[in-house]
Design a protein around this ligand. Structure first.
Ligand code: 13P
Ligand code: SF4
Length: 304
């Protein structure tokens, strides 16, 4: 069955000169047919720089939307329209406008896990791969509103020593990971290194050997001498880690670390996306124009 789907996807991809991008949390079957797999930052760069004019984005809405804002001349398809991000939904434009009016001199630093409307009201975007670097570059006397992830925000506060006004958003998947999960795993595998995503709570982050984006975890796994790694993020990452490092053992922190939205895209949806040109993701032009500014600032700061 999968073979037929894969043949269909390959034929249409070639016929339409499309590129298939997949986030690191996608199902193994989707990662296997993707042209490029990465974290949010790597996927943004790829979407902006690739030559193909048709992008099939296997991820969640804000990722496809970011790609279409960066490359408005390209068509970006999200195979599963229901694949949203609950954290992104925790910040809306009206509430952010109100917060900005209470702090008129503050800069708004927005995690890419957010809507185009919220990005359009922001000064710069960040991902988990570059948030510390970008916030450190902001002049010390500027007040900062950090939207929407309070956990990533608290981690950035700890690393930079900057005070920030933290939006109360969070990722439900990463919040299900508890310090007890990590302590249990560390007892089972005392020699293992612990890598933690900064969307986890501060108590979980405190137990980490390394705090990394999903792309950072992929790089760390390749270069470390550790033979075992406990992975405190969405469990889909384990598939790529195992595939690329067959000599190492990767242990998911908890069976609860699953993002349902990242699992909505299967080969069937990818094939339908290519067959029917669905679902086109595009923010309204006026919003997209404004949202592009903080996203490009982020990409520029990441290159420095
Ligand atoms: P990364 O940018 O680290 O891949 O994270 C994206 C995300 O949604 C994590 O939940
Ligand atoms: Fe959103 Fe969390 Fe899923 Fe990432 S893992 S897409 S932040 S809900």
């Amino acid at each position: 069955m999968n073979e037929e789907l894969i043949i269909g996807i390959s034929a249409l991809r070639a016929e339409k000169n499309a590129i298939i991008l997949a986030h690191n949390y996608q199902l193994g079957e989707v990662q296997d047919i993707a042209d490029f797999i990465g974290d949010s930052l790597e996927l943004s760069f790829k979407a902006a720089e690739c030559e193909e004019k048709l992008i099939v984005f296997c991820g969640v809405t804000f990722m496809a939307e970011t790609a279409s804002i960066l490359a408005p001349e390209k068509t970006v398809l999200l195979p599963s329209l229901e694949a949203g991000c609950p954290m992104a939904d925790m910040a809306d434009a009206e509430s952010l406008k109100k917060k900005k009016s209470e702090h008129p001199n503050a800069l708004v630093v927005t995690y890419v896990n957010s809507s185009a409307e919220v990005k359009a009201l922001s000064d710069t975007c960040v991902t988990s791969a570059n948030a510390v670097k970008i916030v450190s570059q902001i002049p010390k006397d500027r007040e900062i509103i950090f939207v929407p992830d309070r956990n990533l925000g608290a981690y950035v506060v700890k690393k930079t020593g900057r005070k920030m006004i933290l939006w109360p958003g969070f990722c439900p998947t990463h919040m299900r990971i508890t310090p007890e999960h990590l302590i249990k795993r560390k007892k089972e595998y005392p020699d293992a290194k612990i890598v933690v995503h900064p969307e986890c709570s501060f108590d979980v982050i405190s137990l980490a050997d390394e705090v990394l984006s999903t792309g950072g975890m992929i790089k760390f796994a390749k270069k470390t001498d550790a033979r075992r790694i406990i992975v405190a993020t969405e469990s889909g990452l384990i598939y790529r880690l195992e595939k690329e490092n067959p000599d190492k053992q990767f242990i998911s922190v908890s069976e609860q670390a699953v993002c349902p939205n990242m699992k909505m895209t299967r080969l069937e949806e990818v094939l339908s996306a290519l067959e029917k040109n669905q679902h086109i993701i595009k923010a309204p032009e006026n919003i997209a124009k404004l949202a592009k500014i903080p996203i490009e600032r982020m990409l520029e700061a990441s290159r420095r």
